[in-house]
Ligand binder design. Structure first.
Ligand SMILES: Nc1nc2c(ncn2[C@@H]2O[C@H](COP(=O)(O)OP(=O)(O)O)[C@@H](O)[C@H]2O)c(=O)[nH]1
Ligand SMILES: [Mg+2]
Length: 419
């Protein structure tokens, strides 16, 4: 047994590189992956955060070159609501299940303190439902709809002055939960020189406030160069449009003004093409992966710790899920027992209290009864006395009456005899 163990660890340490003497076929592994992915289709969830009227819906239509037929929202909503719609898109044989989540009413309230709260809650609740699926005994992770937000496009108002405090607070709250790409909305309303200054100001404000925005990955050499250069263009200044204009022999999305035309996909006019390249063509898979391995992982870790699970115990020794569960169970049982004892003691105490109270009442009643008895005896004695006195009076009265009658009789007789 020990010898075999040594053998395994030896082979682990010295991984031998071997030459195959003929074609085996595992060079088709990448194709297998591609085929499977194409068959399953892709899921991508975008969240658009920005004030009403900044062009969020227009940009989504422009990005996917379609019309999602979203309704413009009013500025009068009492609070921020998150509305998400899922669409099934297809390009050649590749299917994309796209969810666009819109922050309706964002920044429209007089008190903006809680504007970001709805967004944070939404992102957390998507993580939570994925976690709940993961914790099930019968999991269906591959078939259930993964609604976790892969990218958050934060629309910055093209004021030219820098970020609003709401922008900073919101991005700061979200940067550990979601990949954020800040974009300058309606960039056609800001001049070229102003734009450069504006971008620099935004980047400086983001870094002084420690807001972590999404960085296009530079570890994959096939895209490293383009991503390094694109990282320097963030925040992208974008223009969206639902209007089409004919330029030469091409029809392009554009915005027409009395002084000229802004072409959405002209790189000298705005950064729209850069955003589309980065978001859809180059880094979509990285955003999906970072969401799972970085943001979801952090959420999961915090939630499991909150539930009382940990990989190590107090002495930093590894503990298994089973051990934690057993420990939690016995803790819980002890807690229950403690509560039961406490309740029993309380009950005994209450009964004793009640008994004492009753005894006190009884004593009082006895005292009252004795007093009444005494009063009654006293009254009786007094009555007896008055009765005796009355009787004596009556006897005295009768005696006097008899006396009186006798003397009256002698008097009358005496008078008669004289005659
Ligand atoms: N100047 C300018 N206007 C835009 C741009 N994108 C959208 N708009 C206009 O802004 C208004 C609001 O756009 P909408 O997409 O409904 O904004 P949402 O409320 O953020 O979804 C509409 O009249 C759009 O035509 C843009 O890039 N530049
Ligand atoms: Mg809209």
């Amino acid at each position: 047994m020990a010898a075999a163990d040594v053998e395994i660890s030896k082979t682990d340490q010295s991984l031998r590189s071997m030459k195959l003497s003929g074609h085996v076929g595992f060079d088709s592994l990448p194709n297998q992956l591609v085929n499977k992915s194409v068959q399953n289709g892709f899921v991508f969830n975008i969240m658009c955060i920005g004030e009403t009227g900044l062009g969020k819906s227009t940009l989504m239509d422009t990005l996917f070159n379609t019309s999602f037929e979203s309704q413009p929202s009013p500025h009068t909503l009492p609070n921020v609501k998150l509305k998400s719609h899922t669409y099934q898109l297809q390009e050649k044989s590749v299917r994309l299940k796209l969810t666009i989540c819109d922050t309706v009413g964002y920044g429209d309230q007089i008190n903006k303190d809680d504007s970001f709260k709805a967004v944070v809650d939404y992102i957390d609740s998507q993580f939570e439902s994925y976690l709940q699926e993961e914790l099930k005994i019968k999991r269906s992770l591959s078939t259930c709809h993964d609604s976790r937000i892969h990218i958050c496009l934060y629309f910055i108002c093209p004021t030219g002055h820098g970020l609003k405090s709401l922008d900073l607070v919101c991005m700061k709250k979200l940067d550990t939960k979601v990949n954020i790409i800040p974009i300058i909305a309606k960039a056609d309303t800001i001049s070229k020189t102003e734009l450069q200054r504006f971008k620099a100001k935004i980047n400086q404000e983001l870094s002084t406030n420690g807001v972590q925005i999404y960085q296009f990955p530079t570890d994959d050499e096939t895209v490293a160069e383009v991503n390094v250069s694109m990282n320097t263009h963030v925040p992208f200044a974008v223009v969206g449009s639902t209007e089409f204009v004919r330029i030469g022999n091409k029809t392009v999305r554009a915005r027409q003004y009395p002084w000229g035309t802004v072409q959405v996909d002209n790189e000298t006019h705005c950064d729209f093409v850069k955003l589309r390249e980065m978001l859809i063509r180059t880094n979509m898979e990285d955003m999906r992966e970072k969401t799972h391995t970085k943001h979801y992982e952090l959420y999961r870790q915090k939630r499991l710790e909150q539930m009382g699970f940990s990989d190590v115990d107090r002495d930093n020794k590894p503990v298994s899920f089973q051990q934690t569960f057993e420990a939690k169970r016995s803790n819980h049982m002890a807690e229950l027992q403690g509560k039961e004892d406490e309740m029993r003691q309380m009950f005994v105490l209450r009964v004793k209290e009640k008994e004492a109270e009753l005894k006190e009442n009884e004593k009082e009643l006895h005292a009252k009864f004795d007093k009444l008895k005494k009063d009654h005896a006293e009254d009786k004695r007094k009555l007896e006395e008055s009765r005796k006195k009355l009787e004596e009076d009556f006897v005295e009265f009768s005696r006097r009456k008899a006396q009186m009658t006798a003397s009256h009789h002698t008097l009358t007789l005496g008078k008669k005899n004289k005659k």
